[in-house]
Design a protein around this ligand. Structure first.
Ligand code: NAD
Ligand code: DAU
Length: 351
């Protein structure tokens, strides 16, 4: 049985990728490597944790000797790398942890794969999961990020991801490591840690707390349902061309304020509240420093070359997401109260 290492599999997107590979690919044994930081949560994977083709490994990608041993002792056929510090606001207050995990951690994995796969690269694959934020921000409507768009990272988070992308390409060029990279737009869906916009708003609406909209709420993001991202990763892992990059996006742009209002309307209906009750919680707050104005992905290459397309309309995906949070209040309570790990670590959830 071929072994696949997935890093960051206890996090938001990683847990959906792990579930997809465990359930759709019984021909693989999936190893989920995760340090279980504040963002990682094994409760995200309760439904597959006893699957015969699944193993969890607790460990830190910043620990070079541990990573070297893990990868040299296991004959991994592929590595799908998602482990990262992922929240832009945290990168503004603590850039160095982003350098350590996103840059040093990625290079540790590259070094270990290069060593373990030396002389036997055929059929192997190092898949690096990246973000559209490496391309900077867009201004003109009708312009989109292409795979050829010049890198222009503008936050410590996106600078760390851009740096890791450069290392991955450099290892392909210099050492012929078989790599593939994808750059995806904003994800949403179940198990999203409630420091990010959509789950934070759901959490605060439920608890009648202010809904903090940065600046004027005019910034634009392109939202994709997380299971569609996991399916894209599956397709690219199996069919992508070595050395290539694929953009993944939803063609689904929303200003933050319109999105928050849509969510408020949906939650009013679900919670039996009067129309406008949740929207009354909207509070405009100081803008994020260096806040990127607009992201929008052109995913034509992925759809034309590998046949992937998003499957869900946004309204349907958002309703599924809200329903998941309403049916999983215990998860929401556990991750925000710290009952899960015995500690509580979020600068953003309970403000
Ligand atoms: P997340 O913060 O929810 O999860 C990150 C996971 O990585 C957690 O389980 C955490 O415990 C683990 N981790 C963190 N540091 C680690 C370390 N040093 N060693 C081992 N594990 C560690 O992140 P996410 O939103 O699921 O994002 C996953 C990946 O996808 C990231 O690489 C991110 O840059 C990328 N991405 C995210 C989005 C998005 O909208 N969330 C969009 C495009 C790309
Ligand atoms: O584009 C992909 C990226 O999307 C990923 O690489 C990141 O890991 C992921 O966190 C996400 O980054 P954003 O900064 O776009 O996501 P966030 O949910 O933090 O914010 C979305 C938008 O909402 C952004 O314009 C900032 C705004 N916002 C966010 C929060 C948390 C608010 O207005 N209020 C808030 O409280």
């Amino acid at each position: 049985m071929k072994k696949i290492l997935i890093t960051g599999g206890a996090g938001f997107i990683g847990s959906h990728v792990v579930r997809r590979f465990v359930l759709h690919h019984p021909e693989y044994h999936i190893y989920n490597l995760d340090a279980l930081t504040y963002a990682g949560n094994l409760e995200n994977l309760r439904d597959v944790e006893n699957a015969p083709n699944y193993t969890f490994v607790k460990g830190d990608i910043v620990d070079a000797s541990f990573i070297d041993s893990l990868i040299s002792e296991n004959d991994f056929h592929g590595i799908i790398h998602l482990a990262a510090e992922s929240h832009v606001d945290r990168s503004i207050s603590d850039p160095m942890s982003f350098v350590m995990t996103n840059v040093v951690g990625t290079v540790n994995l590259l070094n270990a794969a290069k060593k373990a796969w030396a002389g036997d690269m055929a059929g192997r694959r190092f898949y690096h999961v990246s973000t559209d934020e490496v391309y900077g921000e867009l201004h003109d409507p009708g312009t989109f990020f292409l795979e050829t768009t010049k890198y222009d990272p503008r936050s410590p988070y996106s600078a760390s991801k851009a740096s890791s992308d450069h290392f991955v390409r450099a290892y392909h060029n210099t050492y012929k490591l078989p790599v593939v990279i994808s750059n995806c737009s904003n994800n949403y869906g179940p198990n999203h840690f409630p420091e990010k916009l959509i789950p934070l708003m759901i959490h605060n609406i439920l608890n009648n707390k202010p809904l903090p909209v940065y600046g004027k709420g005019e910034n634009i993001r392109d939202w994709l349902f997380v299971e569609d991202h996991a399916r894209a990763i599956d397709v690219i892992f199996h069919k992508g061309v070595n050395g290539d990059t694929y953009n993944i996006g939803g063609h689904n742009e929303w200003t933050n304020i319109d999105l928050v209002k849509l969510l408020c309307g949906l939650m009013d209906k679900k919670l039996g509240r009067a129309e406008g009750e949740s929207a009354a919680l909207i509070t405009y707050v100081t803008d994020r420093a260096g806040h990127d104005l607009r992201y929008a992905i052109d995913a034509t290459k992925l759809s034309e070359e590998l046949g992937w397309k998003p499957s869900l309309q946004f309204e349907e995906g958002l309703e599924r997401t809200v329903d998941w949070y309403l049916n999983n209040k215990e998860w929401l309570h556990n991750v925000t109260s710290g009952e899960y790990k015995g500690y509580y670590d979020s600068m953003y959830v309970n403000r």
